[in-house]
Design a protein around this ligand. Structure first.
Ligand SMILES: [Cu+2]
Length: 257
């Protein structure tokens, strides 16, 4: 396993679950190597086995056994089993709201993608996000925040393009989009999640290393797509608190001024 990782090094890793992703990528590459060698060897065998001198006349009827059909059914059966017994239950468990840390157990962030920027919103000390309403959307309030909602009073909207999180604590991202489909991708965290207007998606990761990591948009979303970068800054607990305190002093509407 090490051999492949050394040959084609993975990008730096900065999240807890990322090891599993890397391990899966490694397994898949070994599997592909086995398939490549297997099919390559079979191809050479067939070239030799059905050479012209041995079989001068082609047999247009092909295989006369049931083996290929049976094999196809077995493969389809195994794939159905993998999907129903493993993939779907695993996905259901991962996305079950019961398994998403709530309140102070995680850093809660709302991320709203737009052409070609990333908006962030934190719930503030009360841990509750203020209301958002489509009827409040206006040029000065493009995301429809209801600032009269008591829960919104302490909400924090940092300047666009950069979000901060403390190291070692789960981060729960509630992701949506203001206009078209975007995708929140941070390679170092091994996370990719589509941002679909009207269909909020929740996902989580736990950053393991202090640093500044680029968010790239992973869905072609318009002519500014390539420049749609943002940053996740992973701070020490102390630096994060300092940043949050500065943000809440700066007020709520900083990002649209
Ligand atoms: Cu985008």
């Amino acid at each position: 396993m090490m051999f492949l990782a050394n040959l084609v090094p993975m990008p730096p890793l900065a999240s807890q679950h990322g090891q599993d992703v890397d391990r899966l990528i490694n397994y898949l590459h070994w599997l592909m190597l086995v398939l490549f060698i297997g099919w390559g060897a079979y191809f050479i065998y067939v070239l030799f086995r059905f050479r012209q001198t041995k079989t001068p006349k082609a047999n247009h009827l092909g295989a006369q056994t049931n083996a290929p059909k049976v094999l196809e059914l077995v493969v389809a059966g195994i794939e159905t089993l993998l999907l129903l017994a493993f993939a779907l239950p695993m996905w259901a468990k991962l996305t079950d709201p019961k398994n998403i840390p709530s309140g102070q157990a995680a850093t809660q962030v709302r991320v709203t993608a737009e052409q070609f920027q990333w908006n962030f919103r934190y719930p503030g000390p009360d841990g509750v996000f203020g209301r958002q309403d489509i009827s409040l959307v206006s040029p000065s309030n493009p995301l429809g925040y209801d600032e009269s909602d008591p829960a919104a009073k302490d909400d924090i909207t940092p300047p666009m393009g950069e979000m901060h999180v403390p190291v070692g604590k789960p981060v729960v991202v509630r992701l949506t989009s203001k206009d078209v489909i975007h995708s929140f991708k941070v390679v170092a965290f091994r996370t990719t999640q589509d941002a679909i207007p009207g269909v909020p998606a929740t996902f989580q990761f736990t950053p393991t290393r202090v640093g500044r990591y680029m968010i790239t948009c992973a869905q072609l979303c318009g002519n500014g797509h390539a420049k749609m970068a943002g940053y996740v800054v992973v701070d020490t607990e102390e630096d994060y608190k300092k940043w949050l305190a500065e943000r809440s002093k700066a007020g709520v509407a900083t990002s649209f001024e």
